[in-house]
Design a protein around this ligand. Structure first.
Ligand SMILES: [Zn+2]
Length: 115
């Protein structure tokens, strides 16, 4: 079953073609502020429906990950980047209302030292 993901106001809507059982909590300077619970996937598993004008993008440090957010409501449903040349996406499962966050196996990622 695809997972529906959206920002709070709905201007960014995503469909994730996966059933997440695990997710990542990262301690990098960005994630610790947002409290994101992230699911990594290849970009082709994620369909984004949003007016490009509605989507803000932030990068920092090595500027290899595009952190997207809604310019209206401020939520950050996803990020994009590449791993070894493969387009990847990180989905913030906190923006997926149908996902039971308590059922996920959470893995800590030491992004503070690796990103
Ligand atoms: Zn929004």
């Amino acid at each position: 079953m695809p997972v529906h993901v959206s920002c709070h106001c709905g201007k960014i809507a995503l469909t994730l073609d996966a059933e997440p059982a695990e997710a990542i909590e990262c301690n990098c300077s960005m994630c610790r502020r947002k409290g994101s619970i992230l699911f990594g996937t290849s970009k082709d598993k994620l369909k984004v429906r949003a007016d490009p004008e509605a989507v803000g993008t932030y990068t920092f440090h090595k500027h290899v990950i595009q952190h997207h957010f809604c310019k209206t409501c401020g939520c950050s449903p996803y990020a994009e980047g590449e791993v070894n040349g493969t387009p990847m996406a990180m989905v913030n499962l906190r923006c997926a209302e149908d996902v039971d966050l308590d059922s996920l196996k959470i893995m800590k990622f030491d992004g503070a030292n690796y990103l």
